[in-house]
Write a protein that binds this ligand. Structure first.
Ligand code: CTP
Ligand code: CA
Length: 224
């Protein structure tokens, strides 16, 4: 798609973006992961660079290439993502948490490959909660720093979706929350997205749908 070259309205801004999905190991050859491709986070990085921002991309298992011009830091697990985001946070005035972060991880990681013959017919794996990266970043927020979160919800009804988003925005302490509907075929992995952008109070500031680059521009427009 042809994009009209806009103003470099984000010149001087330093934006830290997480993208992709974290993976939690079960043993040396297996992990628990999610369907995030990293496309929306990478589109945000691309759009921010085009508008003159300096961008650092914390990339968790991307299925797509990182944009040229971004400083890229690769991570795998939620702990690695947390460490990278905390270390990089203070050098950025804006943080966008587009990564899909594992909520749970295996409580114990097997040091050798799990073998069928050692297990039998069923295997139960105990999971424990991971740290909430976004909530930590909000709690440690520098004065004036803007923090944008995402919310993936399978709720279909628009008002129910907004209400869930409002609760999440307040709980996390974000300035903006991008709510997107996900499902078996929507959101993850697709080249388009359909989002509702909420402020800290849970009010809809805008909605956007279309290719992930144009959705990225609408999210960046909502920053102040
Ligand atoms: N997030 C995070 N660390 C986690 C889980 C989520 O930083 N351990 C971030 C995501 O990157 C996203 C936001 O929190 O920006 C919301 O993620 P989401 O999965 O929608 O919400 P959760 O708080 O994890 O709640 P739930 O999945 O139960 O709806
Ligand atoms: Ca979650």
């Amino acid at each position: 798609a042809l994009r009209v070259v806009g103003p470099r309205d984000l010149a001087g801004r330093r934006i830290l973006i997480s993208a992709g999905g974290t993976r939690e190991p079960l043993d040396p050859v297996r992990f628990l992961g999610n369907r995030s491709s990293g496309r929306q986070g990478v589109a945000l990085a691309r759009a921010a660079l085009d508008r003159g921002a300096e961008v650092t991309l914390v990339a968790a298992n991307l299925e797509v290439e990182a944009p040229h011009g971004a400083a890229v830091e690769e991570v795998g697990t939620t702990d690695e993502l947390l460490a990278a985001m905390r270390r990089l946070s203070s050098a950025h005035d804006t943080i966008i948490m587009a990564a899909a972060v594992a909520d749970f991880r295996p409580r114990e990681v097997a040091q050798g490959k799990i073998k069928k013959d050692d297990i039998g017919e069923t295997l139960s794996i105990e999971l424990e909660r991971t740290p909430d990266v976004l909530q930590s970043l909000c709690a440690e927020r520098a004065p004036g720093q803007r923090i944008v979160g995402f919310a993936a919800e399978t709720e279909q009804d628009a008002e129910a979706l907004r209400a869930l988003g409002a609760v999440k925005a307040a709980r996390k302490g974000v300035d903006l929350l991008v709510v997107n509907r996900v499902g078996w075929s929507e959101g993850f992995g697709s080249s388009t997205n359909d989002v509702m952008i909420l402020d800290a109070a849970g009010t809809v500031v805008s909605t956007a749908s279309g290719d992930k680059l144009s959705v990225a521009d609408r999210i960046l427009d909502a920053l102040d």
